[in-house]
Design a binder for this molecule. Structure first.
Ligand SMILES: [Zn+2]
Length: 233
């Protein structure tokens, strides 16, 4: 292999390593609870809390209605029981009964409204639960896919690092330091292939003498425009 070809091989390893590391970083940022999942949990919690309040209100109304119903029973028993005979007292009891029954009607209307609200609250909880289950199932599947990909990627990164180690140990020192400088300066791409007389790094047509020099296996020739190390593959 020529010096430039050695560097080109090293660059292929670096490209593969860079993209594997970028993918690993992306995977790691996606592991863990997603925002969608957190919000769905929040919705379910809020709906559950709202339902709890509705049920508590409903049970207050039930208790109050039971109390008023019991009062109706007591007054009716006195009114129709035959024990009370005084007409004034009977007329008072009758007025009482009417007022208590009106009160009962109001309580029962409130209870009915409350029962409807509880039903709606239950439907909202069921819906939030269904949405959460759906999101959770998709999230779990996604997470295990990411974990599997991570498990494949980590040894691949180790392998590429070992390859890189070997390639850079074998490479010419001066060539390697030029490679590192250009790699930093040219966004990771220090070596460019020559095709049809053109530098594939910047697409300029190279002067003939440069092409001839670059064909020399021991030479390290740079593009006159982008400075990348030229290689024939
Ligand atoms: Zn160039």
């Amino acid at each position: 292999m020529t010096v430039a070809a050695d560097l080109f091989a090293l660059q292929e390893t670096d490209f593969a390593l860079d993209s594997a590391l970028a993918r690993l970083e992306e995977i790691e940022s996606q592991l863990g609870e997603s925002e969608e999942l957190t919000s769905a949990r929040g919705w379910l919690e809020a709906a559950t809390e709202h339902l709890r309040q509705l049920k508590s209100t409903q049970s207050d109304f039930e208790f109050e209605a039971d109390e008023v119903r019991a009062k109706v029973g007591t007054v009716e028993a006195r009114l129709y029981g035959g024990e009370v005979t005084d007409s004034r007292e009977l007329s008072d009891l009758d007025a009482d009964l009417k007022s208590i029954k009106n009160n009962l009607q109001t309580r029962e209307d409130s209870l009915l409204t409350s029962l409807e609200q509880t039903e709606e609250g239950e439907a909202a909880v069921a819906q939030a639960q269904a949405i959460l289950s759906d999101i959770e199932a998709r999230w779990k599947a996604g997470q295990s896919q990411l974990q599997a990909e991570k498990a494949d990627l980590e040894p691949e990164i180790e392998r590429l690092r070992a390859v890189r180690e070997e390639q850079s140990a074998a490479a010419d020192r001066a060539a390697l330091s030029l490679y590192d400088i250009l790699r930093n300066r040219r966004d990771g791409s220090a070596v460019a292939t020559v095709e049809r007389g053109m530098c594939q790094g910047c697409r300029i047509t190279l002067p003939r003498n440069i092409i001839q020099k670059a064909r020399n296996p021991g030479a390290l020739v740079q593009c006159v425009s982008c400075e990348r190390i030229l290689v024939f593959v």
